[in-house]
Design a protein around this ligand. Structure first.
Ligand code: F3S
Length: 424
């Protein structure tokens, strides 16, 4: 791999032991991927915190050991300095305020707090969400990033036109300490052209509909890049967030082009570039219905748990849930957890939305989600969610039945204590 003088100096230890270990990791990782060089990044989003039972033992030694082992793949304990470039923490396993409701052991919650202090001292911004782009980390068009979390990566690449592959704990740890990441995959413009065409021949309206289209897309293109024609709706951040999270779940989609909506390709010709335009995969009324049915993994309508906020809710979503719950009461046999970044929760608190949701019997959670924490209310057998991504993962993770529907269907079902949704 070709290194600049500065990169060579980091590798040779001129910028300290941690940067040297990080460069060594990046060079080995890049060479395994076939990258010929590294690229500068000033935007890293990774997972650095110590909040899972498996790290409790190594954390007892020191938090430097946790970082060394999990984020630098090193058995030696390295003293970790301040990060070299802006870096944020993604979602964690524990809500610092609601850990008892989650069923998390207080000692583990305390370890997460200590870990946050450690990370904050080293300059890691504790956004603690899978949607950093909703709370201030908004990369610009063409910006090279090193992000983990598939739903955030597809949003950054497609909606913002930034450039990142789906990174891991180790590569984001090394990127944070060096400001470098291997130049390969979606960092390279020649790898960003569309390979599949999806022709939309039915209306795609609300957020759930966009999630269903995303779920169809992942199955249709797997890990490749689709472009779209025939879309008539102008989607919002929320709809594209759900679309991308679903496409990254049923497939491994990291980038898509919607001419007239996403910024990188203004036309289908620009989206395909030198690639031949293939025959389209059609998404019509029959495909929409089949995909909607595919998201239903339940038969029992008695509902134990409704999960909203995957990916983490925006403030408009919090306002809508409060409006739907205003003056109502969730059924006594059903739990409702609503997930949003802590920064958005503060706005929801001040706007009165949290109070309405809590008065109805719901819980507003931050920093985590059931798929990451692997925690659902005790005794849960049947869940419902407005997220195609959560409907895809949670039944398998929590060994429960799962219904999927719109936010209105989910909230009304939480009030009734039974699933009222119909396949649309
Ligand atoms: Fe975020 Fe958890 Fe969903 S990480 S995208 S809320 S599965």
């Amino acid at each position: 791999m070709r290194l600049t003088d500065h990169e060579r100096a980091m590798l040779d230890g001129g910028h300290g032991e941690a940067a040297a270990r990080a460069m060594d990791l990046l060079v080995r990782y890049g060479e395994a991927l076939g990258a010929e060089r590294l690229v500068e990044t000033r935007n890293v989003a990774g997972a650095f915190n110590a909040s899972t039972p498996s790290v409790r033992e190594i954390a007892e030694d020191s938090l430097d050991r946790v970082f060394s082992e999990l984020n630098l793949d090193s058995d030696d304990v390295i003293e970790i300095p301040h990060v070299a470039v802006p870096t944020c923490q993604l979602i964690t396993g524990i809500d610092n305020d609601n850990f008892a409701t989650q069923g998390v052991d207080p000692e583990l919650a305390d370890l997460q707090l200590r870990s946050e202090q450690y990370l904050g001292k080293r300059g890691i911004n504790l956004m603690c969400t899978c949607t950093p782009y909703q709370v201030g980390n908004v990369p610009v068009m063409g910006e090279h990033c090193a992000w983990m979390e598939s739903s955030a990566v597809i949003y950054a690449n497609s909606v913002l036109g930034a450039r990142t592959n789906v990174e891991g704990k180790e590569s984001t740890g090394a990127a944070a300490l060096t400001g470098r990441i291997p130049y390969w995959g979606l960092h390279c413009p020649e790898n960003r052209f569309a390979q599949h065409l999806i022709r939309v021949e039915t209306e795609v309206g609300d957020m759930a509909e966009w999630g269903v289209l995303g779920y169809f897309t992942g199955f249709a293109v797997e890990e490749e890049i689709p472009a779209f024609e025939g879309l008539t709706d102008q989607p919002s951040l929320v709809k594209l967030k759900h679309f991308g999270a679903a496409a990254a779940s049923s497939g491994g989609v990291e980038l898509y082009h919607m001419p007239g909506i996403t910024p990188e390709a203004a036309s289908l010709d620009a989206a395909f570039g030198p690639n031949a335009r293939p025959e389209p995969a059609v998404y019509g009324a029959a495909e929409r219905r089949r995909t909607w049915e595919r998201l239903q993994n339940a038969s029992d309508r008695k509902l134990d748990f409704v999960m909203l906020g995957c990916p983490h809710n925006s403030i408009e979503q919090m306002a809508l849930i409060a409006e739907l719950l205003d003056g109502k009461r969730i059924h006594s046999d059903t739990e409702l957890w609503v997930h949003t970044p802590r920064a958005i929760r503060q706005v929801a608190d001040r706007s009165g939305y949290t109070a309405i949701i809590e008065a109805a019997g719901g819980v507003v959670m931050s920093d985590t989600c059931p798929s990451i924490s692997r925690k659902v209310p005790a005794g849960t057998r049947v869940i419902a969610t407005d997220s195609a991504k959560q409907a895809h993962y949670l039944p398998a993770i929590a060994k429960v039945q799962g219904w999927f529907g719109s936010v209105e269907q989910c909230v009304n079902s939480a009030i009734a204590g039974e699933w009222l949704g119909v396949v649309q």
